[in-house]
Design a protein around this ligand. Structure first.
Ligand code: A3P
Length: 316
């Protein structure tokens, strides 16, 4: 795949063209298949050996998140920082090309995340939703840096629900009421939110992991941008921070075709159902949870998170 699909072609949007030209019915809602107990899209599960054997490079930066925690926002911030604030350079290609999705496999001939990473120049910016335990060992052997973004469970669930409504590759989420139950039972892609955030929280003791909260990014984006800059060893001026802040605001990213997933056709991501850049807020869960759903959620939350040093803010 890598031989015919160069990174340059990816940058010139051939990726979207391949998706557009896919025969009717190529992308459909397929049940999830467990990989080491974690439910994943079937094509990821059937290609799992390739993910396990993935060879990280020393200067790879891994951006790890539970789905819908703010991955794309962090990818954009980091790409701006790696380009020293020359934000125009981030318009060279869509997010999924600039920062390929490690474990993503779509029906051939769509290149996989690994195909794209293998031809990507260093330093590579790698996206993953894998829980800590499933990350390919080479990342740890190469002592790669990781930025983990976590988002409070309620907003994360709401965002994931709307995403699963519009993402034709994920199982149908059903009604919101049904989805809350599925989310709490970890019967969603990439499994349990609880194990994910806790697993990566513990990983901070073993590896070079910067743990960032979506709510902190919303509260004070410039402070968090500076934090990421320090972690990456970049000393950029306040003017550059301001430029990155403007470029990565929700409004700017919503309008930016290289950041809003509008290059992915509607047979895969149907943005007429729900926008990828949907609301970008903290506490939207209050517009979704009923009193009874909230009570059930809180009880389960206490069981799973009680006693942990990891705490979240559901409002700011
Ligand atoms: P909502 O569905 O709550 O709007 P991911 O990139 O991990 O898939 O996460 C997507 C979520 O992050 C969506 O949340 C999206 O709107 C939000 N998001 C993306 N860019 C953002 C930004 N610049 N500021 C705030 N939220 C952003």
């Amino acid at each position: 795949m890598a031989s015919y699909f160069s990174y340059a072609q990816a940058g010139s949007m051939d990726f979207s063209k391949i998706l557009h030209q896919a025969p009717e019915g190529t992308f459909h809602r397929i049940p999830l298949v467990p990989v080491h107990g974690i439910p994943l899209m079937k094509l990821i599960a059937t290609s799992w050996d390739k993910v396990e054997k993935f060879q990280a490079r020393k200067d790879d930066l891994l951006i790890a998140t539970y789905p819908k925690a703010g991955t794309t926002w962090m990818q954009e911030i980091v790409d701006c920082i790696m380009n020293h604030g020359e934000v125009e350079k981030t318009r060279r290609a869509p997010t999924h090309v600039r920062s390929p999705f490690l474990e993503m496999f779509l029906p051939p001939p769509v290149p996989s995340g690994i195909d794209m990473l293998e031809v990507a120049p260093s330093p590579r910016l790698v996206k993953t939703h894998l829980p800590y335990e499933l990350v390919p060992q080479s990342f740890w052997q190469q002592k790669c840096k990781v930025i983990y973004v976590a988002r409070n469970a309620k907003d994360n669930a709401v965002s994931y629900y709307h995403f699963d409504r519009m993402n034709k590759m994920q199982p149908d989420p059903g009604t919101w009421d049904e989805y809350v139950v599925k989310f709490l039972k970890s019967d969603v892609g990439w499994g349990s939110w609880f194990s994910h955030v806790l697993g990566w929280w513990d990983a901070r003791d073993k590896h070079d992991v910067l743990y960032v909260f979506y709510e902190d990014m919303k509260e004070d984006p410039k402070r968090e941008i500076r934090k990421v800059m320090r972690f990456l060893g970049k000393d950029l001026s306040e003017d550059v921070v301001e430029k990155i802040y403007q470029h990565t605001s929700f409004t700017a990213m919503k309008e930016n075709p290289m950041a809003n997933y509008s290059t992915i056709p509607s047979n895969v991501l149907d943005q007429s159902v729900s926008s990828f850049m949907r609301k970008g807020e903290v506490a939207d869960w209050m517009n979704h949870f009923t009193v009874s759903q909230n009570q059930i959620f809180d009880e389960e939350y206490e069981k799973r998170m009680g006693g942990s040093t990891l705490t979240f803010r559901c409002k700011i």
